[in-house]
Design a protein around this ligand. Structure first.
Ligand SMILES: [Zn+2]
Length: 300
């Protein structure tokens, strides 16, 4: 291993800007460096700003999982050029958020085929139409939209192996996919896993705490102690990291469910602090204990 694993631990400030996928986060990316970490079997993780990228490299071309922000496309391509002379043939988006799909338009215009769950296309198109209506954009970004969408599962047979994309309903959003390279025991979880941090459950995009737990259980079921997990944010994880994340979410979820079941308002629940004992270890500047609890409360 060379100097590949530098700067993999992302700072919380960086993560916050990664999550706020508005125009502000699109600016000032000059300071971002794309770091490449080789996993195994021609599969890599790329870390820059925004959601972690997965890449399968081989004779059939580059298969990319997520593409961060539009201003980073050239840097991402330069990083990929260091490990492959092939073009990006396919991109799959793990969900619709802009820190995972921002590079779609650039790559789509260059001929990459964009693939995602049905609801990713629906939400991306609706968001663009909303911005057109508000005068923030002239027209929708047609080349950014997935051209192949699926409902349940989809397999890619590329670079001598199979990557299975599995939809988990109503987890981080209503369009999440996890991508499993069974032969190499690697999973990309998108934002169904924030390694070491409270989850962002985007209830406004159809996310829910129970779906988030289902996504984790699906990955735990296909994992063993040798599994390498690419989270949406944070460093590469193992099964134990994911289990700890699950235990934390389940505990807080059950506390909130009991309180809500007893008729407590969200304000009363937050006053009781059901996630407070986890806050020191897991909170970050985008998701406080209160925000985590609020997402659980509203999705139950
Ligand atoms: Zn997300």
């Amino acid at each position: 291993m060379t100097s590949l694993i530098k700067k993999i631990a992302l700072g919380t400030t960086m993560l916050a800007s990664a999550i706020s996928f508005g125009a502000k986060a699109q600016n000032n990316m000059d300071d971002v460096t794309i770091e490449v970490q080789e996993l195994r079997g021609g599969i890599y993780a790329l870390f820059g700003r925004g959601g972690n990228i997965g890449a399968s490299i081989g004779e059939d071309g580059i298969f990319l999982i997520d593409d961060q922000f539009a201003p980073l496309t050239d840097k991402i391509k330069a990083a990929l050029a260091g490990i492959s002379d092939q073009p990006v043939k396919f991109v799959i988006n793990t969900h619709w958020h802009g820190d995972h799909t921002g590079g779609n338009e650039n790559l789509g215009k260059e001929g990459s085929i964009i693939v995602a769950h049905d609801n990713v296309r629906v939400r991306m198109k609706a968001s663009d139409m909303d911005r057109v209506a508000k005068g923030e954009m002239d027209m929708i970004r047609k080349d950014a939209l997935p051209v192949i969408t699926f409902n349940d599962e989809l397999s890619f047979h590329l670079n001598g192996t199979e990557a299975r994309s599995i939809h988990i309903s109503n987890a981080h959003t209503d369009g999440d996919s996890i991508i499993h390279f069974a032969e190499y025991n690697i999973v990309h979880m998108g934002d169904t896993f924030f390694n070491g941090r409270f989850p962002f459950i985007d209830v406004n995009s159809g996310g829910s705490v129970d779906g988030a737990l289902n996504a984790i259980d699906a990955v735990l079921t296909l994992s063993n102690d040798d599994t390498m997990i690419i989270p949406g944010h944070g460093p590469i994880a193992n099964k134990g990291d994911l289990q700890a994340y699950r235990d934390m979410i389940q505990t807080v979820r059950d506390r909130v469910a009991e309180m809500k079941g007893n008729g407590m308002s969200l304000e009363q629940v937050n006053a009781a602090g059901p996630a407070n004992d986890y806050a020191e270890k897991w909170s970050w500047n985008f998701i406080s204990a209160e925000r985590f609890v609020g997402a659980i409360y509203s999705s139950l």
